[in-house]
Design a protein around this ligand. Structure first.
Ligand code: UDP
Ligand code: MG
Length: 325
């Protein structure tokens, strides 16, 4: 790292939660790979409120190696929050994320760095994944297919933590929930270039996995949010409007039909289920359109109060000279 500017070429961001046996070997293998690269680097460990000796182990590394920085969170906030904390503290032009359990292999980093000269985001693909078949690999395959289809950003392995980002991809991004795996989809909104490279993967030999099958459900819920943000975040009425109109109009036609029936034939319509359905559809229609209008106001408040544009400029050329954004 350059001490004067605080700038560095590469930041490695690693969230760790109860990985006491893993941090030291990981630091060693990382140093072996990064040292010979001839580029300045920092290793940012984020201790996500570990309750074992992880923090003590990290302290030893930070005392010994000036490239190591440790961000210690007050409690266990989850992997997404840990990544977000790491991004906020990372100063590199390229930011590489990986797991702290030695399942990702630092040996892939030079190749990813090379690729990141060309692409804004380089995503690892654990082609030969070393995890359990039924509880991990099959649910993950279905989830990856679903996320690719719904978001339109085609990746084989959204869940792989080993990724390389250009600094500006990350700095514009706010993460919530379990969103770290959706960064490629979220960032696609900015118009970034994404590529995928096969990477090595090793079985976990120390410590325990922090997740079970329940993650699949959380991923699907987050997917709904991401799809909505990706498609309608600046025009919510375009999502709510058609649903509301369809419901309201159906209700209108049903009630018109019943009214005509009553007026023309004098038939009794008071006890008909269709009457209830018509009323329900109109109420739902009005509510949904109202929600769309409220969302439109929220969009304006969100963007205008924070001066967030609804577009991203790559560069401006012309009389004032070239200017990268
Ligand atoms: N992790 C974290 N906070 C959590 C859960 C996990 O920082 O609440 C870290 C964990 O220490 C590891 C990485 O996230 O470095 C991936 O976790 P894990 O290996 O358990 O996930 P898996 O590889 O089994 O999907
Ligand atoms: Mg793991």
């Amino acid at each position: 790292m350059d001490d004067k500017t605080g700038k560095t070429d590469v930041s490695i961001v690693i969230p760790v939660y109860n990985e006491e046996e893993n941090v030291q070997p990981l630091h060693e293998s990382l140093s072996n790979v990064l040292g010979p690269l001839g580029r300045s680097f920092e290793i940012v460990f984020v201790d996500d409120g570990s309750s074992d000796r992880t923090m003590e182990e990290l302290q030893v590394l930070a005392d010994r190696d000036r490239a190591v920085r440790v961000v210690s969170l007050r409690r266990n906030f989850g992997q997404t929050a840990a990544f977000a904390a790491g991004f906020d503290h990372a100063r590199g032009d390229v930011i590489i994320t990986m797991d702290g359990d030695n399942q990702n292999d630092p040996a892939d980093i030079p190749m990813m760095l090379e690729k990141s000269k060309e692409f804004d985001l380089v995503s690892g693909w654990r082609k030969d994944r070393k995890d359990g078949m039924f509880l991990r690999k099959i649910p993950s395959r279905i989830a990856n297919w679903l996320i690719s289809t719904v978001t339109g950003v085609k990746l084989h392995d959204y869940g792989c933590s080993l990724k390389a980002y250009r600094h500006d991809v990350i700095k514009n991004l706010n993460l919530y929930g379990e969103m770290h795996r959706f960064i490629p989809a979220l960032a696609s909104w900015y118009g970034i270039s994404v590529t995928e490279v096969p990477v090595r993967h090793h079985p976990r030999t120390r410590g325990e996995s922090k997740y079970g099958i329940s993650r699949t459900i959380r991923v699907i819920l987050d997917l709904i949010t991401v799809k909505f943000l990706q498609s309608f975040s600046t025009k919510p009425i375009q999502f709510f409007g058609p649903v509301g109109l369809l419901s309201g109009l159906s209700g209108f036609f049903i009630l018109s039909y019943l009214t005509l029936l009553k007026v023309l034939t004098g038939a009794s319509i008071g006890g008909r289920p269709l009457l209830l359905l018509g009323v329900l559809l109109i109420i739902v229609g009005v509510q949904v359109i109202g929600m769309g209008l409220l969302a439109e106001m929220l969009v304006r408040i969100y963007h205008e109060s924070q001066r967030k544009p609804i577009y991203y400029v790559k560069k401006v050329i012309g009389a004032m000279g070239d200017r990268d954004q």
